[in-house]
Structures are given as structure tokens and as C-alpha cells.
Design a protein around this ligand. Structure first.
Ligand code: GDP
Ligand code: MG
Length: 595
């Protein structure tokens, strides 16, 4: 077999994964200097702004090592956020090695650890890299000790580098050549290729990125997707350098793309196995699972006449985002919109921003919610993705909520506040360990408390130092109730939330008082009430407006007056008329924040 090395880079966000990837590509001549204007592996503009890598991408590079041999280094990019942990695990299982990049001035953090464990589980050789050694604050010895202590990986031979200046980057490549094992597959065996990623390209349709484990694939072959059994003729195969280059074939050990007649992204599922229809593999590669939405929210156009445009935009987004789910939904308060399913909160943010930015639609987003399993008295089980759709309490036997296992890393001095926060969020401590200056906390926590505002609060409680990673654990029965909000006597379905009974009254009061602050005063008194069923648990009154706000500016500076009017107009665009009252967008998100 040719000299191939397949590897990924894993790192906590901002530790320098993209910068190192770019350096490596540049060093191997993948792109000319002028093409390196921006970090090439983070392709979408939005990603660049947020500094995260959402879609796994790859580059096949040639490197002449110090031993004089030429190696083909396949760099497989992995997404860097907890929402995309399944994609990370698929990318890693396509590699024999992973560079574990740790910022030498920061040390080990939660996602480093989570991704590293995933790599170890997949039997991937982990090569520690201490990055940012150019920084005066860099403390490679401390970072090395943390890697050994926290992750349990031998870091004696950790490579030191600065992805920014390029110092030590060649040592990184030498370590890849020396320490990452070559791929083992059999090119003569029936084809087995793992789908690492897939996306929609407007010129060629669906592109799938595969790691060929066994066998060969070439143009005109008839391929079969093992999860569904669907078959397609292969039009083209090739590799990314990172520019795309057509090849005659891809064979065992290679990482490259396949273009075929697939029209819908959902048919090329990440983690599925591609084989040949003429000589199929007996068994797919292990580890495939259907990705399920974990978080749901309603998206409604502010202008109801933008509904069709919203649908078209969601369809377009879905072309490139197989994880995005949506279906039409009607809310009494918000009218026609869509219930959308996301992998997590970050995924939701990204979708929402793209809709507003790329498609220019003003949206009202309801509070995100998790999926509840509701056991009915008649024995049936229903999945509830929308609090407003919770069946009548008299029909419910049991409500089960998703529980996650959260791993938190936090410097010692913040451990107390973080534990308090986790307890407040109904967390149960599973483990607590001291690793030098860092403490590792493991908690089982209801996911609905996490989507609420846990991450923000964790960050502020720890002055930004705590890091979090989580995975779904199980469904557990809990004493949950639906809390409804009534404005001027009308139930605003989009404001309903499912909460624990013990905190329902408190949350009801808090929400009512928050809404009182957000909903502008009207010409009449407006009652804001919180209710569980027909039982009112809290009430606030928004006093009627007396004077015209503009009166304040009477005779005053005309530009100020115009500004005020513009501001009101701007505010109006984000208001929804509910009965006789206009409710601003922020009200729908206020349910999220707890103090
Ligand atoms: P990622 O989130 O892991 O992909 O991190 P990036 O590659 O986007 O890097 C995060 C930040 O750290 C950027 O501002 C980089 O310029 C900076 N950075 C990356 N590597 C180095 C390094 O070796 N030295 C210094 N001083 N800064 C670096
Ligand atoms: Mg990055």
C-alpha cells in the first residue's frame, strides 16, 4: 500500500485547530500563499465569524518527510462543538491518528477531553501537540502535566509548536508520519467506505466525503448505501487538496469524494457505509446511527406574508444541513410558522442567523425545548416537542424528560459556585476530581435545564473559565407541569413552558414580572398571568399608558423625534399582535432566562 497517513486534529475551541490545519496545508503546498487569505477549512462566512468549524472538510496533501519518502497525508477536519459530537466521532473513526492540540497557555479543557476520549474509544493514536508556544504566557510543562493527569495520555513526546508563526509545524508533520499507523484495509475486498460528511453543491448535487476502508470505487460503478439500500451510479470520484481533483479511483486507505446522482442530502447519511451493488460487503461498518434532533423551537415570520419565503429558505438550508428538521406549525399567538428540530442550541443559533442574514427574514423564535416522552393513561406513549401540545394533565400517567451527562472543567476557585448552579438546575453529582488547578465535575442533569440558560450561567459564574461537554444519557420520569402565560386574559401558546412542579410557582412569578417589563404599555390596563391548568399562580398588571411618548419631544430637536419614531418602527417589526396587545420578540425568549 502507498504511504498514507489519515489523521484529524482535535482541540478545544480557540486552541488553534484551524490555524494549524492551514499551516499544514500551506507547508504541503496545497494552496499558494495568496489563496490562504482566510482560514480555508472554515468555509462558510458565518463559521469564520464565529470561529467554529461546522462541516467536516478534508485535504489530501503530499509531504516529503525527513526520511526522503513521500507521504500522502489525509487531514480530516472535525467539527469543534458539542452539538456535533456524532460527526466528530465519525470523522475520528475514519482516521488512524489524531493530533491533540492543546493551547499551552490555557491547558486542557472540557472539549479537549471529550474529543480525546472519543478518539481513544475509536482506537485512534493520539499525538499531543502543545500549541501557541510563542505566547509569553505559554506554560508547556503545565499543559503537558495536565494532558497526562486529566486525559491519561503519555505526553512525554508532545510536539511543541506555534501554528501562528509556523515554528515546529514540520515536527508536527514528522510526528504524524512516525507515530500515526498506516491504514490497514484490503483493496481487493468488497468495498466498504465510511461517509464522513455530505453536502449539497449547486453544480454537482450531493457530494459525499468518504474514507475507503476496504476495496475500490471508480466512476461508472454502481454504489449502494447500506442504511437504506438505495443505489446510484457513480459519476466521479476524487480528492480535495483542498481544491477538488478528479481521480480514476479511490481505494483502501484513501479519503475522497464521490459524486453520484443523489438528489437529497438526507439520502447520504453521515456514518453510513457505501458498498458496490455488484459485489456488496456482507456487513456495514460499525457505529452508524440516525441523528435525532435534541432541541426544538418554533420559528415564525414577523410578517405573516413572509411564510412562503421562510419555507423556501428552510428548504434551501436543509439542502446543506441534513440535521435540520422542520414541519409546519400553527400557533394561536404567532400564526403560521414551523416547528424546527436542531442538534443543539448552537445549531439553532446558526440556522436562525443564516435565515435572518442570508435570506433576510425577520423571525420570532420561541423558547427552545427538549423532547418529552409522555405516557398516557390509555397506555400510549407520545413524544412532545412543543409544550403547547402537551396532552391534558388528566390523560397523563407520566412525563419523562431527557437527562444528559455533563462533564465540566473549572478552575478550583470557581468550583463552589458551579456546584451551586448545578444543584439549582436539578443536577446530581456523579463524580468530582481534582487535576492540578482544574476540577472535573460530572453531573447528570435534566436537559431542559441545560437548554434554558445553563451554559451562559456557567460561563458567567466562572468568569468564562468553565468548559462544558455533554451527551444524552436516558429518559427519566419527573414531576413536570405546563406553565401557561395569559396576556389580557388570552393564553399565549408560544409562551408555554414545561417546568418542574417545585419551581412552577416561582417561575410563573418571575415570568409574569419579566413580561410586565417587556410588553409596552397600552391604552388600557393589561393583566399578565401565569397558570397551571386553570389555576392562576402569578399575576402582574401593566398599567395603561397616559401620554403620547412623543409629547416628550414636543417642540424639541427634530432629529431626536425622528430617531424615536424610527426606533419605534424598528421595534414594531419585531412585535406580534396577540388579541388587543402587541408583544415584542424578546418576550418569547424571556421564558428562557432565569435569574
Ligand atoms: P480553533 O477554534 O481551534 O480552530 O482555533 P483557531 O485556529 O481559530 O485559533 C484561535 C485563535 O488563536 C486565533 O486568533 C489564532 O490566530 C490564535 N492562534 C492559533 N494558533 C496560535 C499560536 O500558535 N500562537 C498564537 N499566539 N496564537 C495562535
Ligand atoms: Mg476552527
Amino acid at each position: 500500500m502507498r504511504q498514507i497517513r489519515n489523521f484529524s486534529i482535535i482541540a478545544h475551541i480557540d486552541h488553534g485547530k484551524s490555524t494549524l490545519a492551514d499551516r499544514i496545508i500551506q507547508r504541503c503546498g496545497g494552496l499558494a500563499e495568496r489563496e490562504m487569505d482566510k482560514q480555508v477549512l472554515d468555509s462558510m462566512a458565518l463559521e469564520r465569524e464565529r470561529g467554529i468549524t461546522i462541516k467536516a472538510q478534508t485535504a489530501s496533501l503530499l509531504y516529503t518527510a525527513r526520511d526522503g519518502q513521500e507521504y500522502q497525508l489525509n487531514l480530516i477536519d472535525t467539527p469543534g462543538h458539542v452539538d456535533f459530537s456524532y460527526e466528530v466521532s465519525r470523522s475520528l473513526s475514519a482516521c488512524e491518528g489524531a493530533l491533540l492540540v492543546v493551547d499551552a497557555s490555557q491547558g486542557v479543557e472540557a472539549q479537549t477531553v471529550a474529543n480525546c476520549y472519543t478518539a481513544i474509544e475509536q482506537d485512534v493514536e493520539v499525538v499531543p501537540v502543545l500549541n501557541k508556544i510563542d505566547l509569553p504566557a505559554a506554560n508547556p510543562e503545565q499543559a503537558r502535566a495536565e494532558i497526562e493527569d486529566v486525559i491519561g495520555v503519555d505526553a512525554t513526546d508532545a510536539v511543541m509548536c506555534s501554528a501562528k508563526t509556523g515554528l515546529g509545524v514540520e515536527d508536527v508533520l514528522e510526528a504524524v508520519v512516525a507515530r500515526v499507523p498506516p491504514p490497514k484495509g484490503d483493496p481487493e475486498a468488497p468495498l466498504k467506505a465510511l461517509i464522513i460528511d455530505s453536502w449539497f453543491d449547486s453544480y454537482v448535487g450531493v457530494v459525499i466525503l468518504v474514507r475507503v476502508v476496504d476495496g475500490c470505487i471508480k466512476a461508472k460503478d454502481r454504489m449502494r448505501l447500506m442504511a437504506t439500500g438505495a443505489e446510484y451510479p457513480v459519476d466521479q470520484v476524487g480528492v480535495f487538496t483542498p481544491k477538488s481533483l478528479v481521480r480514476d479511483q479511490l481505494s483502501a486507505g484513501d479519503v475522497g469524494f464521490i459524486i453520484s446522482g443523489i438528489k437529497v442530502l438526507a439520502d447520504a447519511k453521515v456514518g453510513d457505509t457505501v458498498t458496490l451493488a455488484t459485489r456488496p460487503a456482507p456487513k456495514p461498518l460499525p457505529g452508524f446511527k440516525e441523528i435525532k434532533s435534541q432541541v426544538f423551537a418554533g420559528l415564525y415570520p414577523v410578517e405573516s406574508n413572509e411564510y412562503d419565503q421562510l419555507r423556501e429558505s428552510l428548504e434551501k438550508l436543509q439542502l446543506n444541513d441534513a440535521a435540520l428538521r422542520f414541519e409546519p406549525e400553527v400557533s394561536e399567538a404567532l400564526g403560521f410558522g414551523f416547528r424546527c428540530g436542531f442538534l443543539g442550541l448552537l445549531h439553532m443559533d446558526v440556522v436562525q442567523e443564516r435565515l435572518e442574514r442570508e435570506f433576510d427574514i425577520d423571525l420570532i423564535t420561541t423558547a427552545p425545548t427538549v423532547v418529552y416522552e409522555v405516557l398516557l393513561k390509555d397506555g400510549a406513549t407520545v413524544r412532545v416537542e412543543n409544550p403547547a401540545k402537551l396532552p391534558d394533565l388528566s390523560k397523563i400517567d407520566e412525563i419523562r424528560e431527557p437527562i444528559i451527562r455533563a462533564t465540566i472543567y473549572v478552575p478550583q476557585e470557581y468550583v463552589g459556585v458551579v456546584i451551586t448552579l448545578c444543584t439549582q438546575k436539578r443536577g446530581t453529582q456523579v463524580d468530582m476530581r481534582y487535576h492540578g488547578r482544574q476540577v472535573q465535575l460530572i453531573y447528570d442533569m435534566p436537559m431542559n435545564e441545560v437548554v434554558m440558560d445553563f451554559f451562559d450561567r456557567l460561563k458567567s459564574a466562572s468568569r468564562g473559565y468553565a468548559s462544558l461537554d455533554y451527551e444524552f444519557k436516558e429518559y427519566q420520569s419527573a414531576d413536570l407541569v405546563k406553565l401557561d402565560m395569559l396576556v389580557n386574559g388570552e393564553k399565549v401558546d408560544a409562551l408555554s413552558v414545561i417546568v418542574h412542579r417545585a419551581s412552577a410557582q416561582y417561575r410563573g412569578r418571575e415570568l409574569a414580572s419579566k413580561l410586565r417589563g417587556i410588553i409596552p404599555r397600552q391604552m388600557f390596563d393589561v393583566a399578565v398571568q401565569a397558570a397551571i391548568g386553570s389555576h392562576i399562580v402569578a399575576r402582574e398588571t401593566i398599567k395603561a399608558l397616559r401620554k403620547n411618548v412623543l409629547a416628550k419631544c414636543y417642540g424639541g430637536d427634530i432629529t431626536r423625534k425622528r430617531k424615536l419614531l424610527e426606533k419605534q418602527k424598528e421595534g414594531k417589526r419585531r412585535m406580534k399582535q396577540v388579541g388587543a396587545v402587541e408583544i415584542p420578540q424578546e418576550a418569547f425568549l424571556a421564558v428562557l432566562r432565569t435569574d
